[in-house]
Design a protein around this ligand. Sequence first.
Ligand code: HEC
Length: 200
Amino acid sequence: MSESPLQDQLTGHEYDGIREYDNPIPGWWSWLFIATCVFAVLYYMAYQLGTAGTRVAQAYDNAVTANLILQFEEIGTLTPDEPTILKYMNDDKWLLVGEKVFAGGCVSCHAKEGEGLVGPNMTDDHYKNVKRLGDIAVVIQNGAANGAMPAWKHRLHPNEVVMVSAYVANLRGQNKDGRAPEGVAIPPWPEAPPPDAQVE
Ligand code: HEC
């Protein structure tokens, strides 16, 4: 066997007379590959699983909500009364704003799905301060139980009050496991009026 530099580079694998060079990929390439794998894991954790601040899905929702709030002009300033709440209970676009207000200001006491924590469960038919649909907005604006339920009228736009009221009203009937029913069972919400009879 002659000592040629070529000899060193052969692996010794041979098949049908074809011999294999030992040509490993360069170290820098392997490290680059490992670095991209590490980056992918970190990226996935930050943008897909991460906290509210970094998650792409969250950022998208926030952007949509921020944009919707800019569109308040389109609907003017609403009065948080029963017919208005009823109308927005069936409006998926604006309910998103209600959901965001709830997630931002209410989950700390009423829990993520409204099942109750410090404040009552919103998913059953029992209420302490609500007898009719419109009372939801009254409680949200003025608070209840000497501030145990804070007043929101100076912190929320009237349209946000309507939308979070509609969102809360829609939680009813989902009967999530949480705080036991409190107060009294009240009659169902009124039926939504036909679209042409709805208030503007
Ligand atoms: C600091 C805790 C706290 C926060 C924050 C809070 N609530 Fe409450 N909420 C309460 C408590 C406590 C009650 C029950 C008051 C009572 O005992 O009469 C209540 C009652 C209510 C009721 C009436 C329920 C009933 O059975 O009569 C509604 C509606 C309501 N909250 C909506 C909201 C909304 C919407 C938000 C967010 C904008 C919110 N709350 C934020 C503590 C809170």
